[in-house]
Structures are given as structure tokens and as C-alpha cells.
Design a binder for this molecule. Structure first.
Ligand SMILES: Nc1ncnc2c1ncn2[C@@H]1O[C@H](COP(=O)(O)OP(=O)(O)OP(=O)(O)O)[C@@H](O)[C@H]1O
Ligand SMILES: [Mg+2]
Length: 360
């Protein structure tokens, strides 16, 4: 009743992709954490291209639109996503020292890992606390993003009348949604198969260890169908969602055939990334871990494609789990998705962003 007097307005998550905005707010209830507000709006092409904002003004109008269209939204504080493909993430090893000294030393050391001078980037660091560091060194995860990429996001959010509270990369946010209580006892691959971008990351212990992106996205599947069947993009999109890799009936067989080469390319790219990750010199906490990673969590709207995870699993000889985007939320959170036409997969990043206020 006295919402206006509420001194803890919380925050909400805003996943900003090239063509879509997604919003999630989470509140604590008797049964645990619940999604209290959820929405999605599409944007025309050209406002953001490959994670770079081209039109701050227009983006701010779409942010205003999603906020005004979302019922039950009770906060103006935003935790927003930043594009994976523009970020740098490294786990580095440092000698044990006080937190203040470590912060300074990390900045100095980071220069060796980031291909830009430090005054051009925002730098974030997180001490890896799980598994507990052994010996006299600690591992620190550093994330960097170019200021010229980040600043327009902040401007657009402010222009929309909101207050940016925090920004983080998509895979960082997604991991908060997907990893039960934030701890993974075994290393796990995470793949976000989105409309225009696909990210590949590795999570272990209490944080990400590696992040990269894959240049095959779900939109490529749509375009391949359009080209093979001679339909326009919108019709091809419908066929993609209807058939996927079912391979049944005349049209179903044509659709499966059309996207076959894209699936092969996606599998080859994932394989390449896995091989690269496996061959990298391992940091301390992972050195003794010789066992191969055999679990992959697959999410993002594109992961809904019929039989795609089965096909990838077969090709990669890996256990591919359809990720559970509401694993850290109450069971009731499922209901909000079943009541609407939205699917949890596509909201993974937005859920992770909204969860931030309960974790840090
Ligand atoms: N049932 C389905 N079958 C196949 N593809 C689907 C299905 N549902 C959604 N998609 C595809 O998922 C994609 C959208 O996924 P998502 O919402 O994760 O992307 P995005 O976050 O907007 O984009 P990005 O993260 O790449 O910038 C679209 O290409 C859409 O066609
Ligand atoms: Mg996305």
C-alpha cells in the first residue's frame, strides 16, 4: 500500500540484444524467489549492430517502451547486459596479498592480458574463492570491456529515465541463472544460442573461467531455410520453429536438409572452442584436473529448435543438457512462462541480471 515509501525498490534485469530487449524483475516470496515482472520487445535492425550501439536515442525509446508496457514493474534501477563479443575475460594467478594491494597489482598485471590500454577499458576483478586456493597464490578473474562500447549503454538507460546500477556480460549473468547456488563442482560448458550471437563459456567453482563467441546464430538457420525453400524470412522463421530437425513430412524434410549444414557448422565451431579451451595452459585451480569436461548446458531462444541438442550431442559426443533457467527460482516461477507465450530459455540472461541483487 505504501509502495512510495518503500526504501528498497530493488532492481530489474534488462537484457539488451541487437534485436530484442528482455526485462525480468524478481521478488522474494514465501516459497523463494519469484519472477514478478516479465516482458520482451523487438527492435528494428540498425539500432545495435554486433553489440555496438548505433542509435542511443532510438534505443532509449525502446527501453522506455518496454518499461511502460510492463505491468508490476516496481523499480527504476537497472542491471543491464553487455555484449559478450566485445568483452575480455581471463583468470590470472597472483601471489597472496592484502585485498587493497591485490586490486592494484591486478590492474598492473591485467595489461598483459588485455589488447587495449587500461585507460580505454572498464576493468572488473573477482577473487576466485571456490575451490579454496592452495599454496601461496590466488586466482583472480578479470573482465574488461571498452569504454566506448559501454558508455552508450549507460547513456541510453539514463535517457530512458532509469538508473543503471550495474552492467555485466551476458554469460556472467546467464551463469547466475543456470548454476545451482552459483557453485559448479565440475567444469561445465555454457552455450547461449541466440538470434544474432552465440556465446561459449566455461564455468567452474564460483565463477566463469573462459568466455568466447561463436559466429553461427539462429538467424543463420532462418536465412538458410528461406534460401533453400524460396520463402521470405518471416515464413522461414515459422517453418524453423515448427519443424526444426524433426525431418517429418515433405516440408519437414526440406527444412531439416536446409539447416543441416548450419548444424554441422555450429557443431564444428563448438568443437573448435572446446579443443582450444582444453589445450590452453590451465591456471592453478584447474591444473590437476585432468578429466575432460563432459557436460554442456545449452540455452538461448535458438536452443528451442526441435532435436538440435540431440543432434549436437551425437556429433560432439557430449552430454548436452537443456539448461534450467529457473533452477535458482521458486517452482512457481514456471507458471509465469506457461501463462504467456514466452519460454524461459530466451530469458536466461535477463533472469541472471535480475538475480544479481540477491547474490552480491
Ligand atoms: N521454438 C523455437 N525453435 C527454433 N528456434 C527458436 C524457437 N524459439 C525461438 N527461436 C529462435 O531463437 C532466437 C532468439 O533467441 P534469443 O531470444 O535468445 O536471442 P536474442 O537474445 O534476442 O539475441 P542475441 O543473444 O543473439 O543477441 C531467434 O532466432 C528465434 O528464431
Ligand atoms: Mg541473448
Amino acid at each position: 500500500m505504501f509502495d512510495i515509501l518503500n526504501l528498497n525498490p530493488g532492481s530489474f534485469g534488462l537484457d539488451i540484444s541487437d534485436r530484442t530487449l528482455k526485462l525480468v524483475q524478481i521478488k522474494e516470496g514465501k516459497q523463494g524467489l519469484n519472477i514478478s515482472a516479465l516482458n520482451q520487445v523487438s527492435m528494428p535492425s540498425g539500432i545495435i549492430r554486433r553489440g555496438e550501439i548505433k542509435d542511443i536515442e532510438k534505443l532509449s525509446l525502446y527501453i522506455k517502451k518496454i518499461v511502460s508496457k510492463t505491468s508490476k514493474l516496481t523499480s527504476r534501477y537497472v542491471v543491464a547486459s553487455l555484449p559478450e563479443e566485445k568483452s575480455f575475460l581471463h583468470a590470472i594467478q597472483m601471489p597472496k596479498m592484502s585485498d587493497i594491494d591485490l586490486k592494484k597489482a591486478v590492474r598492473f598485471e591485467a595489461e598483459n592480458y588485455i589488447p587495449f590500454s587500461l585507460d580505454k577499458v572498464y576493468l572488473d576483478s573477482e577473487i576466485i574463492t571456490y575451490p579454496k586456493p592452495k599454496g601461496d597464490s590466488v586466482e583472480v578473474l578479470i573482465t574488461a570491456m571498452l569504454k566506448k562500447i559501454v558508455d552508450p549503454y549507460i547513456k541510453a538507460i539514463k535517457k530512458a529515465g532509469l538508473i543503471p546500477l550495474a552492467m555485466e556480460t551476458e554469460s556472467n549473468a546467464a551463469a547466475r541463472a543456470l548454476i545451482k547456488d552459483g557453485i559448479a563442482e565440475e567444469q561445465v560448458y555454457l552455450i547461449d544460442f541466440g538470434a544474432t550471437s552465440t556465446s561459449f563459456s566455461v564455468y567452474y567453482g564460483n565463477c566463469l573461467r573462459f568466455a568466447s563467441f561463436i559466429p553461427v546464430s539462429s538467424e543463420d538457420f532462418t536465412l538458410a531455410i528461406a534460401k533453400a525453400i524460396g520463402k521470405d524470412r518471416e515464413e522461414a522463421e515459422v517453418l524453423k520453429k515448427l519443424h526444426g530437425l524433426k525431418n517429418k513430412g515433405i516440408t519437414g524434410k526440406r527444412v531439416a536438409k536446409a539447416i543441416g549444414p548450419c548444424v554441422d557448422e555450429l557443431a564444428a565451431e563448438i568443437k573448435k572452442h572446446i579443443e582450444y579451451y582444453e589445450s590452453r595452459p590451465k591456471s592453478n585451480g584447474l591444473k590437476e584436473r585432468k578429466e575432460k569436461i563432459n557436460k554442456l548446458l545449452f540455452y538461448g531462444g535458438g536452443a528451442e529448435l526441435n532435436y538440435l541438442s540431440e543432434a549436437l550431442s551425437k556429433e560432439l559426443k557430449l552430454e548436452i543438457e537443456k539448461a534450467n533457467s529457473i533452477i535458482n527460482l521458486s517452482k512457481e516461477s514456471k507458471n509465469i512462462f506457461s501463462k504467456r507465450k514466452h519460454k524461459p530459455f530466451a530469458f536466461t540472461v535477463a533472469i541472471g541480471l535480475a538475480l544479481r541483487e540477491f547474490y552480491d
